[in-house]
Design a protein. Structure first.
Ligand SMILES: [Fe+2]
Length: 399
């Protein structure tokens, strides 16, 4: 009975994602493209903008070039640097209050996934009355948000191209998923220079998030030729550049490759959604506070192995794509070699294998919520049983 419900939900989600009207952002790419984007702010006629960021980035000097380019272009700016990880309602409301009281005309988001999500919601809240709770769900806003310029400082979340944001209700502590195609940023800069200060651990974790987006999108039943092209491009770039970006943050070619990979992966999963890796990773974040990219890396190979033969042909294609496995190998052999290549990537970047503070008594709740999330929201290649998900999560205790 539950499987029937899951199948119905997968059908609904697939068609919603396919049919939602969405605008493609204007993308500027390459070293110093963030500054080109700032010049465009003026060309588009904006004279006063709100820069949304977090306190660390606000004090890091990363905004210096952005500020001076805006000033040279005669664009005034106000900085709101109050975004915290997993942004909550109060930060969105505070940012929107600054936007309104300062008479801003557009938002420039400079940061990782949390900053981009908060900026999306600030832009939406400005043109839609709220309360923020009313955005919970799919396409709940009536009007497009304020114009949003996005400058991601990490390469992984894909938030610069997705139609989703997560904000936390401080009363219930619930993470509210907002899915609205009116929230996609209008202008994006994929600037390797902005990303070069990202520490190795964050580079590795966010890169594995991007890999998970691309692989889960490729396996999704909602995938199409267009999303498969984007997912394959992302996976090819990640296998080529992630370790180099991790080892040498100033490798501009690798940073550039990862920025593009994250964008393509975001574009792909924004149309197909994800799968059990995210279903489990979100619970590890909720229960153990595990950073999202790390949580994905902890379970990606294990989930792929658990899917079994229904994903062998797809994973074999990915093995050929990234050049692992031998000619003449069977699909199951190639699938195993692709999974092993992900394990090797994880090991090479010394990513943690266990969530801190995961306790045996937490596992039933994690399994229940992961099954509900993946089954109810994602067009997964096949539905897993509670025992299968429990086996994966229990494995994290002993990893
Ligand atoms: Fe993710």
């Amino acid at each position: 009975m539950k499987t029937l419900y899951y199948k119905f939900m997968a059908f609904v989600v697939t068609w919603l994602l396919r049919l939602l009207p969405r605008n493609a952002p204007v993308v500027y790419k390459g070293v110093n493209s963030a500054l080109v984007l700032c010049e465009q702010v003026a060309i588009l006629g904006f004279t006063r903008v709100l820069i949304v960021t977090d306190n660390f980035l606000g004090n890091s000097g990363i905004l210096d070039g952005i500020k001076s380019t805006l000033t040279t272009s005669s664009v005034e700016f106000v900085v709101f640097d109050g975004v915290l990880p997993d942004p909550a309602f109060d930060q969105v409301q505070a940012g929107e209050a600054v936007y309104r009281s300062e008479g801003c005309q557009a938002v420039i988001a400079v940061g990782g996934g949390s900053v981009l999500d908060a900026a999306k919601m600030i832009a939406m809240l400005h043109t839609n009355p709220g309360p923020l709770k009313s955005f919970d769900g799919i396409q709940k806003s009536k009007k497009p948000g304020a114009t949003l310029f996005a400058i991601p400082t990490t390469a992984g979340t894909g938030s610069e191209i997705t139609l989703a944001a997560i904000i936390t209700d401080p009363v219930t502590h619930r993470k509210i998923p907002v899915v609205d195609s009116k929230m996609i940023p209008g202008y994006v800069a994929l600037d390797a220079e902005i990303m070069k200060g990202m520490p190795p651990g964050i580079t590795a974790a966010t890169g594995m998030d991007a890999l998970t987006h691309a692989v889960e999108s490729y396996l999704s039943k909602a995938s199409s030729e267009a999303t498969e092209i984007q997912a394959r491009a992302a996976i090819r770039l990640i296998f080529k550049y992630l370790v180099s970006a991790y080892r040498d943050g100033s490798d501009m070619e690798a940073r550039d490759g990862m920025a593009v990979a994250s964008f393509y992966a975001g574009a792909a999963f924004g149309k197909t959604s994800v799968g059990y890796v995210h279903g489990i990773a979100h619970q590890l974040g909720r229960v153990c506070g595990t950073p999202h990219g790390n949580a994905n890396a902890m379970v990606l190979p294990e989930v792929l192995a658990a899917y079994g033969d229904c994903v062998y042909p797809r994973l074999a294609e990915l093995a050929r794509l990234v050049g692992v496995g031998e000619a003449g190998a069977s699909d199951s052999q190639l699938a195993a070699q692709f999974i092993q290549a992900i394990v090797d990537l994880r090991q090479e970047m010394e990513l943690p294998l266990q969530p801190k503070d995961l306790k045996a008594q937490d596992i039933p709740g994690i399994v229940e919520e992961a099954l509900a999330e993946a089954g109810g929201l994602y067009p997964v290649p096949r539905y897993m049983s509670a025992d299968e998900v429990k086996h994966i999560v229990t494995g994290l205790l002993a990893a």
